[in-house]
Ligand binder design. Sequence first.
Ligand code: GCO
Ligand code: MG
Length: 411
Amino acid sequence: MALGTAIRSAEVLVTSPDRNFVTLRVTTEDGVIGLGDATLNGRELAVVSYLRDHVAPLLIGRDAHRVEDTWQLLYRGAYWRRGPVTMSAIAAVDMALWDVKARLAGMPLYQLLGGASRTGALAYGHASGRDLPEVFDSVRRHLEEGYRAIRVQTAVPGITALYGVPAPSGSGTVRYEPAQRAPLPVEEDWDTRAYLRHVPGVFEAVRAEFGPELPLLHDGHHRMTPIQAARLGKDLEPYDLFWLEDCTPAENQEGLRLVRQHTTTPLAIGEVLNSVWDYQTLVREQLIDYVRSSVTHAGGITGLRRILDFAAQHQIKSGIHGPSDVSPVGMAAALHLDLAIHNFGIQEHMPHGRLTHEVFRTSATFSGGLLHPGDAPGLGVEYDDAAADAHPYQPAYLPFSRLQDGTVHDW
Ligand code: GCO
Ligand code: MG
């Protein structure tokens, strides 16, 4: 090993510009830096400890070039397998080492992953509203911003607060951010029957208003049983969705067989899954159409590429998770993969706020509906310590939901 590429330090950085982010910064003896995203929404400090107390000591002195060997060491060497905390920590190390390697090569990472397979990654934006006029306005605003594919979430009569619809702010331009800064999680309510009655009518209206071409997406956010999901998929068929996401909780992989039997609405699943093992039945039996795992929660570029290569053999495409809780570092990693892989489907885009961009200076661009990681060497993201230090960690949690009788439901 050339001494210069040995890892000299591995720092875990926590900042909360518009929201909390956890970043791993690896520095080699020669002073080359690599960044990795380790943000796990609502459980950030668990990953901080995992990385700082148990992973960083293993990295010191290792050759930063050994990406695969380090991945295997952290995956197999811990004895305990998988899970979001472990796989986010491994992801951060993996991204940071790929970043170092590409910076040393003087190339944007996508070049090392095989080079560009397309000019940019088709991105979808997030429209939502409390009623139809608000939904229409929000779709229109996204079209004006250049989006060529749009996810639509709607309030439902009888449900007070639900996933995907921002609380009224008065500004009309607020972006959806599911985590709320508070010492304890906020409670929301849920009623599946009310939701199933309301949603198809909203898509009927949106299709009628915006015509047949615009790709429309929708997120069921894990709340239906397989038979309820089957019904929604069927009811949405006339409106030709690009995908219906997380129609039923994904850990019950066999449950998707039932949904599949009943509907041709394309299905996207996986933002809470974190390894290729979580996709065995889903992919082998072709029960889904899009893989939704993020680079940040699924073992990094190495881990997610394993899933996507497996999916490619079954004509399943990527739909990499890109909510605001994936940092600009995790988003950059996603964009390099998007550009390089053959089975690209679509990329989620939930833009970060101004303060976040002051901490993470990214070379990524959005234009003509396409995201591109830029051509800076590495991932293309620089971390500004001074800007980060102005925003210390603040407790923030995802909400949870209860049914009318008080039963906890999937959020
Ligand atoms: C999405 C997701 C997010 C998640 C969030 C949880 O499709 O983008 O469902 O909005 O709820 O990432 O941390
Ligand atoms: Mg989702």
